[in-house]
Design a protein around this ligand. Structure first.
Ligand code: ZN
Length: 451
């Protein structure tokens, strides 16, 4: 078996691992690079032939750092099937179309205002490329096995996000398992990850490989923030990943309202067309969720779903205290930028980040206490309060990852730690080596190994 690490090997984004096993070349994930500019520039490099000529892609889940480069791969000539769980396929449609739309808009804006350094800014891919990509999807139900020649492929749910799964590739007695992103034991919406399948070679994510989530009650802290902010006439802005985190936050806010922890008549806005679509998919796939059908059905009760851009701009100008959930989650694009521009300079408001902020993103700068941020080419001063509530993270922390690994009966022959910033990946590597005594290493970007 041979593995080439084409992404998420020295960072948390751009997940792409090419595996040669059982006479097949399988690309595990095809994610977009995000964060630091040097990483984002990798999105513009043409893919090596071996990626374009892969026999199939197997997608762990729909987040863009795992799926967001698929349309570019198809644009470069990939013609194989893309296997993913049915819920992942549904979410990928929403996420990829939105991603294409954002890129088309960014290119248009850059051309109109002339702030691109290139003669003419082009989108990485268009909605047409996404449609061609969606046509290549072949849903694979978790727990079922798919045969490709001598190779068998299976998916195991791992919490984290609707449809998210670990991937197992098996040829004869050889088994490779790729964790994808691993969820938490007590996630708000998703059940705990199922046990890790037995593996000879294991690829494990390490987003929080060097951190343990705080024990604090994130919901109680959010309630406090909302009460304080609204009490002084301000509003709370929650940049949130439109798919997954936005729905989890709606659940928390509904519970806080029901318990009178925040004013029951406080207006809640979901200002992200993608989040509105994704919420509908959470309803559709509600049997995959941890919460009961009744609570799932009421996620958006009383929530103002902001539709077109005019409504969104009206909300930006509104002076009425409210809670606004808007995408993107790392404030790298989308409607949340208009809210940020209006709210960041005003000290009565509070900006609450609920998810992981990749290094180099606007969200990471804000969380680190930046005094100003650049938005649409303008410098915006930051006087509003900024908080990060890691308790709402959708990722297992280091202790949860270790507990999941301990569930294996036999150690893998070789473990590779992927999908982490360098310190996180190396810290998890050391724990696996010291606490479990396994053969483990962190691969380098672009490296090929015989495993
Ligand atoms: Zn993810």
């Amino acid at each position: 078996m041979q593995i080439s690490f084409h992404g998420a090997a020295d960072t948390v984004t751009g997940s792409r691992h090419l595996v040669q096993i059982g006479g097949q070349r399988i690309l595990l994930d095809c994610g977009m690079f995000q964060g630091f500019k040097a990483l984002r520039e990798r999105n513009w490099q043409p893919p090596p032939r071996e990626l374009v000529e892969a026999d199939a892609v197997v997608l762990s889940h729909a987040h863009l750092d795992h799926s967001g480069w698929l349309p570019a791969l198809v644009k470069h000539g990939f013609r194989g099937p893309i296997h993913a769980s049915p819920a992942t396929r549904d979410l990928a449609e929403v996420l990829l179309l939105d991603s294409a739309h954002l890129q088309e808009e960014d290119a248009r804006r850059a051309n109109r205002y002339g702030y691109s350094r290139h003669a003419k800014a082009l989108p990485l891919y268009t909605r047409r490329d996404v449609q061609r990509t969606l046509a290549r999807f072949q849903p694979l139900a978790p727990g079922r096995e798919l045969s490709l020649g001598k190779l068998r492929i299976a998916l195991t749910p791992v919490g984290h996000l609707l449809g998210a799964c670990a991937v197992r590739l098996q040829s004869g007695n050889e088994r490779l398992v790729f964790s994808g992103d691993v969820g938490r034991q007590d996630d708000l919406l998703m059940p705990a990850p199922q046990p890790l399948p037995e593996a000879d070679v294991l690829l494990i994510e390490s987003t929080y490989g060097n951190r343990v989530h705080p024990q604090e009650d994130a919901a109680a802290r959010l309630a406090q923030i909302i009460r304080d902010t609204v009490g002084r006439g301000g509003s709370v802005l929650m940049p949130a990943f439109a798919v997954g985190r936005a729905q989890a936050l709606l659940l928390v806010l509904q519970r806080l309202k029901a318990a009178d922890e925040i004013p029951p008549d406080l207006p809640l806005y979901l200002d992200s067309p993608m989040a509105v679509q994704a919420t509908a998919l959470y309803h559709k796939h509600r049997r995959l969720l941890r919460v009961g059908a009744r609570e799932a059905d009421r996620l958006s009760d009383g929530v103002h779903m902001v539709g077109d851009m005019r409504q969104s701009m009206r909300l930006v100008r509104s002076r009425w205290p409210s809670v606004i959930i808007s995408a993107s989650g790392m404030a790298t694009g989308g409607r949340v930028l208009h809210h940020l521009k209006a709210m960041a300079p005003v000290d009565k408001h509070h900006i609450v980040f609920a998810g992981f902020q990749v290094g180099g993103s606007r969200g990471a700068h804000l969380v680190a206490g930046a005094g100003e941020v650049k938005i649409h080419g303008e410098v915006v001063p930051v006087r509003a309060q900024v908080s990060q509530l890691e308790g709402f993270s959708g990722h297992a922390d280091a202790d949860e990852l270790m507990a999941w690994l301990r569930g294996l009966r036999r150690p893998p022959r070789q473990t590779y730690v992927v999908h982490g910033e360098p310190d996180a990946a190396d810290t998890l590597r050391l724990r696996i080596q010291d606490e479990l005594g396994w053969q483990v290493r962190v691969p380098q970007h672009g490296e090929t190994v015989d495993a």
